[in-house]
Ligand binder design. Sequence first.
Ligand code: ADP
Length: 596
Amino acid sequence: MLKRVFFFAQHFLLPHLKWLIATLITGFIASAASGMGVPLLVKFVFPVVFFHGVGEEPELLQMVPSLKELEPGTLLLLACASMPIIFAIRGFAMWANSVLVNYLGIRILTRLRMQMFSRVQALPMAFIEGRQKGDIISRILADTTNVQSILTHVANDLVKQPVTCICALSAFIWLLVDSGQGLLFFINMIFVALAAWPIIVFGKRISNKARRAQEGLGELNSIVQQNLETQREVRAYAMEERQIADFDSSSHKLCRNLLKLVKYQRALIPVMEVVTAVALTFLLVRGRMCGMTLTDFVAVAAALFFTFDSMKRAGTAFNHLNQAQGSLVRLEEILVEPDTMPDPEKPTALPQRVRGDITFDNVSFAYENGKTVLRDINVHIPAGQIVGLVGPSGAGKTTFACLIPRFYDVTQGSISVDGVDIRRVLKHDLREQLSLVGQQALLFSGSIRENIALGRPDATDEDVQRAADSAAVSTFLESQPQGMDTMLGQGGTGLSGGQRQRVAIARAFVKDAPILILDEATASLDAESERDIQQELDALAQGRTTLIVAHRFSTLRNAHRILVFEAGRIVGDGSHEELYASCPLYKELYDRQGIN
Ligand code: ADP
């Protein structure tokens, strides 16, 4: 656990060293005022207040004879004022400490979330695809909050309470040795050791339960997210009951884990309190037998109380730290997950605009699950060529297209653009050269204008307007309440499928990249919308190296060349006429559609 805490402290606490030091100093002052202040007040200052000039002189006056020279009234006033002064110092230090701890916590949380989010952007697609989205969200939002709240507690108490404990214990030792009670000290030390035992035992269990609870929360998040994303299907297939049952079962699992966690967390305090009470009783009996004065007893008892109390609080903080373990492990899985597709250390620079010449040299590819999806692909696509990719579903067409923007790395062979291996250039530079229009146009919440300009952040209003005209977005803008500034909901709600696709095409027009991938761009549209959009897609493809993953053959009428895929291999390569005559699979697929 320490290694993990050290990792997080190094990355997230050290950058705020200044604030950390201020937090520790204020914590130290508050702790010293609690641990030593009260017992020493009882032992030294109170006897001065109750000294009526007869009997033995209070210890403080013997230790500091100059105090005797003060007026009795002034001395009394000073003695009485010392208590509010100590409590004022303690109160101020505690306030400053709490503010600083929270400030630190919020800073850490912000940094932690940022790093988690940017890490997710950088990790390979396979990492994201291999996990439940809800669980990733839960890690970025819930686990970071959990770590923040715990680190806040821990940073505060793990420093403050041991200092209080050491101060109180020092006061305790001094007071006992001073009154010749060495044996009592040793016996009480056994109680102190006893009190540390439940902290260790409960700590381990808490760490396990906390991790399970966080996993449960991630699972619940995934169920909700999936349910919201598939509301149409859920209702159409009357799956509500089943969804509720799934949620209920996960929710109960989480509830059981949380209850177990609470059980162990809350057990510490009563156990420690019983140990404290036994130790105090022992002190009481032994003090009475040894003829201790009430003043001495109260001072020693206060020191002992603060020792156990700070141990109890440090123990609770330690438990919290164990609870943080569960979340820290989950955060670590993302933060230290090795990037299997890093950018090259010495990248080759691509020209501002590549020609768009693409070569697949002996490429094979398997997804993380190990299944080989593409085998021995050797293809050269000259710049500006429009290439259709056809084949049965699952043959590997989309995967083939997704290898060009380097969403995944080839398992064997290489892919080059304008003769440069794409692994030798920065992913960002490579993707600048590409536009992708997928089956479902994914629009972001924001205005239509912002969604179009997404392709090129520095696009002017004229650029956006021109792109909107080219993609025939303008034709439906009049029906939108605020034209180009109409706000879209997440996923582009408010627009029809065809309209959304047009916005995506306009985005590609604005980006004006030399390579274009159309991945079944019209597959989700009805025949009429498809016909309407085809014209804009044809215009978009002009002058670019274009790959069209075709669902319908009608989308390939402008293709210069067609590649036929079957079970991860290219089994046909040529024009429509050539393939119709020579490739039985192509002929079969084409005839089956019965078009044109
Ligand atoms: P096509 O576009 O020809 O329909 P795909 O390239 O989408 O085919 O898929 C080819 C094969 O790869 C299929 O067997 C599919 O199940 C598998 N596949 C696709 N995407 C993934 C993924 N992200 N992870 C694992 N396997 C995948």
